[in-house]
Design a protein around this ligand. Sequence first.
Ligand SMILES: Nc1ncnc2c1ncn2[C@@H]1O[C@H](COP(=O)(O)OP(=O)(O)OP(=O)(O)O)[C@@H](O)[C@H]1O
Ligand SMILES: [Mg+2]
Length: 765
Amino acid sequence: MSQLLKELNEAQQLAVTSSDGPVMVIAGAGSGKTRVLTYRVAYLLEQGVDPFNILALTFTNKAAREMKERVIGLVGSQEARNVWMGTFHSIFARILRVEGHLLGFPSNFTIYDTDDSKSLIKTILKDLSLDPKIYVPGAVLSRISSAKSNLISAEEYKANSAIEEQDRIANRPQTGEIFLHYKTRCFKAAAMDFDDLLFNMNLLLRDFPEVLFKYQQKFRYILVDEYQDTNFAQYLIVKKLAARNENICVVGDDAQSIYGFRGANIQNILNFRKDYPDAKTFKLEQNYRSTKMIVNAANSIIAKNKDQIFKEVWTENEEGKLIRILKANSDTEEGNMVANAVFETKMNQHCQNSDFAILYRTNAQSRAIEESLRRLNIPYRIYGGLSFYKRKEIKDLLAYFRLVVNPRDDEAFNRIINYPARGIGKTTLEKIELAAGVSGKSLFEVASAATHYVKGLNSGTISKIEEFTTMIAAFHQQLQVLNAYELAIKIARNSGLLKELAADDTDEGQSRVQNTEELLNAVKDFSEKEQTLFPDEETGELSAAEVTRTLDKFMQEVALLTDADSDDKDDMNKVVLMTIHAAKGLEFPYVFIVGLEENLFPSVMSLQSRADIEEERRLFYVALTRAEKQVILSYAETRYRWGNMTMNEPSRFLDEIEESFIEKPARKISSSGLTGKSGDGLRKESVFIKKQLKKISTAEGPAVQGAETPPELIQPGVEVEHERFGKGKVLSVEGSGPNMKATVFFAAVGQKQLLLKFAKLRLVN
Ligand SMILES: Nc1ncnc2c1ncn2[C@@H]1O[C@H](COP(=O)(O)OP(=O)(O)OP(=O)(O)O)[C@@H](O)[C@H]1O
Ligand SMILES: [Mg+2]
């Protein structure tokens, strides 16, 4: 038996080795579904399947990268790197760059992110004289997005009377018209949004049989992770690609379907058996991730859902700790309690920062937690929210790159035509837009020949516009001549962007400069990546090729980064903060789930229907099952939301966990000693000090008693107790004799430097 298979249980082995024909694995969290896919790829390679013939689709880039690393570990990088492994969006973008010309798209098409899309919708609303308060851009966009996920084109949307009726009821009867404009504008700008990557991929396969044939032949083996969250478009594309060979393996868990709001369709799982009547189905029931406590608690929760495929999940792992519930008065206190619990656990269990994940329902909840972590000097990183690539200064520079790569990109043009300020005002821009509308040209084209297209501009304005377009055109000329970094730095300098940023010497201004430098570093890193052997994708033959890594290639990679992705190496040892949605498929030893309050989790939007509540419950199930060792839940009785103080009931999900799995009485971790900026925090500190003094005077509890430890015994790593600051861990010691100093990390007050002869530290064990 192959060495690989020994690392799998029997059911997993069967799923891995049934390599031909359709296979479905529906199984609970942590039972090794992703592991099965990974090993399946390795197994196929071992069986001599050409890596170019394998397509493995994941939900996030992070998952794709992890899978790739694991496959590399199993079979070596030579083989693994040629497997087509990535997200639906990244793989389809790659194919569309090659085949998109059939649909009228150049290979350097831009990928619009949500901000671009919203800004485009705003422009369209203006054109159509529609009120953005009624046609809220985000709402219109999600309507368009959901249509495209269901493969409904703008034309079909507009012609459909049932849809029209729905939009009329929603008081947005013109949505179809907006959709049409949106489509036309994107096409003109040579841009696709994320949904278009799926929509257009489907068009390619539907309308060009030779393309369909080519990729059916190419992808002889297809694997899909998190199948429960595929939408209709993804489902159909996969089905088409697999139709010739039917070597398709999908894995998923209906209990973890959490993207219903985005059009994911749990039906796809049920349809699989209809589509492939010969499909083999495998059940995996043993959980390898979590303790018994966590597995059983999660089972007890999900049992409350009516809509589900019955599964039994069990584990041979240890019993594990009870689930802890932290009750806080306010969101600030919740943050403090969570940060303290992280610190305490780190000390007691000797673990890393990266062993902790703090999960929340909405991004806005991270702020309070972040503040508390910062006070305790606990390094953390946020996935999502305002990630690096969403910062203004980054988007500005990227917009320059985008316009240089694709001069038809109207959203990029809008963003930078007058940034840094070059005296091209709003009215001028409106005139350009009008002329572009009339002529059917892109903004850049119109601006490049402003005298020809735009009426009523004075010569001063015209020369300003010309200066800008000439500059961009010159960069565009150099695209294939210079490497990515050479061109990027040139753009950053000559556009005046760096100068503009440097002129702001506030802290924020400086951090914007640093971020911009960071982006340029990323380009540099990209440009200098080893120039490797280049495979011929049809034959697999490797030949040495000189490749200049150009800026358009860099932009192709950047455009596909999503919130959950932008992790890099130096971020390894940090506490992870993310939404539960982003945590899907991941695992961490300790998991905090915060904000367990009615109206927040379950979300206020979900309280209308049983189906929506069930989706929230699945989300809670996903959150719980991320944990390996322990789960800590928290809620706050008051919270600032939408600028107001709200009073909250504990979440119904807390009541739904069987009592025997919960630590009692709900222990209250002290949040004391954490000085907040608010009066609240200060008051708590004085209460803390009083309590500590009381402890000392009554000599109860673990406060300082007995003799102090001689300074020589204080060494890095040992745990100590200080009369005022409480328990802490020694990080470093320097000096000797009376000058001996220690840096100590205290649970209550954070990092302190102490002169040991005065500090009266006591070792604790
Ligand atoms: N047979 C096995 N032996 C040892 N470890 C295993 C085995 N199967 C799975 N694991 C480990 O258990 C953990 C969970 O596996 P995996 O992530 O593949 O589960 P999953 O079913 O994909 O979970 P989720 O539903 O959360 O995506 C991983 O750390 C994996 O390496
Ligand atoms: Mg998985």
